[in-house]
Design a protein around this ligand. Sequence first.
Ligand code: CP
Length: 312
Amino acid sequence: LRHLITLDGMSRDEIVALLDLAQFYARTPGELAARDQTLAGHTVANLFFEPSTRTRVSFELAAQRLGADVVNLDMQSSSRVKGETVLDTIYTLQAMQADILVMRDAEPGLPAYVAKYVAPHVCILNAGEAHLSHPTQGLLDALTVRQAKGDFSKLKILIAGDISHSRVARSAWHAFTTLGVKELRIAAPEDLLPGQDEFKGAERFTNIDKAISGVDVVMTLRIQRERMSGASIPDEATYHRTFGITAERLTKANKDAIVMHPGPMNRDVEIASDVADGPQSVIQRQVTNGVAVRMAVLATIARNVQARRHFQ
Ligand code: CP
């Protein structure tokens, strides 16, 4: 692994290796925080051109816990707002020896484009790309499901909400299908379901009550109004009544089903507040796993950076 742009095309073995390493970090965070120096001598730069709480902070903590130097660019006050191109920003950081660049951007294709132009020892990690890809989120979701439920080949998983605009749904679909999920369902109001050319193999629903019936995992998603133009979305109260994950609706899933949400949540819109905080919710576990997964990705990438430096 050099760059992490997408989970599309990543093998089952590669994903399992990352999850296994993340599981190791998830079990021993306190001890490792004091001792692990896997990333000593590396500089991780966080470049978030879209808002983030979980992903940015967890990349920062993950890098620090592995002994890296970390810089967080405040993109509102970076030179990009003065017209500097993203590549010139990247070259500037590269010239200051930043070698792992974590990027979030609303423009599709930007991480792959930047990855083509960076120096051979520099790595690009996609921390959220438009509606297309959020690979570390897909990995942390897979880790959370694996911890709670084990074998994917026995699981029925539902992803519900604004599928059409969701990079989280796309990366989760890649992870879950590569890991051999038994059945994947996607459910959204008609306007928020993606075209048939996407989410191959998933069963599609526009009725949430049918979709949730008998599943082991319910992942619900925020409506991404910032990515919409023209979709007709009901008001929040109507959406909650017709599509929200409520305690009553959750009884239709398997009794031991887990409830997931990538955050940020809109309580009592896509998910009822009592469900978000209830006994079946693993939402906080997802956040905790985010640090471990990002440690695993950074450690794996760093091994390859060292190898390339060695041969330069
Ligand atoms: N899940 C997720 O990407 O959250 P943030 O936008 O807070 O990073």
